[in-house]
Design a protein around this ligand. Sequence first.
Ligand SMILES: NC(=O)c1ccc[n+]([C@@H]2O[C@H](COP(=O)([O-])OP(=O)(O)OC[C@H]3O[C@@H](n4cnc5c(N)ncnc54)[C@H](O)[C@@H]3O)[C@@H](O)[C@H]2O)c1
Length: 262
Amino acid sequence: MRLEGKIALISGGASGIGRAEAVLFAREGAAVVIADLQVGQAGDLVDEITAAGGRAAFVQLDVRDTEAWEASVEFTESTFGPVTILGNNAGTNFRVGWDEQTPEMWQTVLDVNLTGTYLGIRAVVPSMRKAGGGSIINIASSAALKQGGGGPAYATSKTAIVGLSRNAALAHAGDNIRVSALCPGHVDTPFIRGSQSHSKNTWSTDIANPDNYAHRMEQQPLAIGRLQSGEDIAYGALYLASDESSTVTGATIAIDGGSTLL
Ligand SMILES: NC(=O)c1ccc[n+]([C@@H]2O[C@H](COP(=O)([O-])OP(=O)(O)OC[C@H]3O[C@@H](n4cnc5c(N)ncnc54)[C@H](O)[C@@H]3O)[C@@H](O)[C@H]2O)c1
């Protein structure tokens, strides 16, 4: 019970890495609020966590919406109490290069990935102050650590999340609010798999295609025989969410199977 007594708000919590965080955090004793656009999936996850003996609720959230963030924090406080953990997971991508990317695509990716992360931090800080502190875990990407490549808007948004995390870490250190960024590599979630992927591909890297799966495996040096799972990332988030990391802030941690070593 590494998170006993803690209260987590998890954006993008209905799927993939956010979902894995919600399940793991609840198993470790936290009450979790799953905040996502996908309310059906979020509701099913609440049922699953509750059936396993955990405490969970869901709220509809578009991370681009300042008022919806504030309403999500109010909902969390009235349901469980002040927020002590924020998992900023919601993200999107258009897998296009410079020639195909439009200004509208650029703006959408920056709005969801970067502004959404900023608005989440902004919304939870007053609640964390009431609680005497907290931990904010922003999901960046190995795209933030590579020398180049990746979609231009996506790589820019994720690199900026690292800077935002450091800036917020220093700004809120005096309130005992910690802020760090995790950089996952190739994680087998709907983000990169199958028709559910909300990457609006013009060139596909959908890993349901065995050739694409093999290509990504080549970009992950660590010989684990599979791409990463949501749980691989959630275990890093668990450390940052728990008191075990009580002096860790402003950190950028790669959980990437070594992919940024290439
Ligand atoms: N899968 C990977 O290989 C990988 C690698 C590095 C980083 N990431 C990052 O991890 C994070 C989670 O991705 P995932 O792989 O779990 O994907 P996923 O598609 O499984 O989950 C993303 C969730 O975010 C939600 N979401 C999207 N836009 C939203 C919005 N505007 N408001 C609220 N919710 C919204 C979706 O509904 C979905 O439930 C993203 O930020 C992504 O960029 C993923």
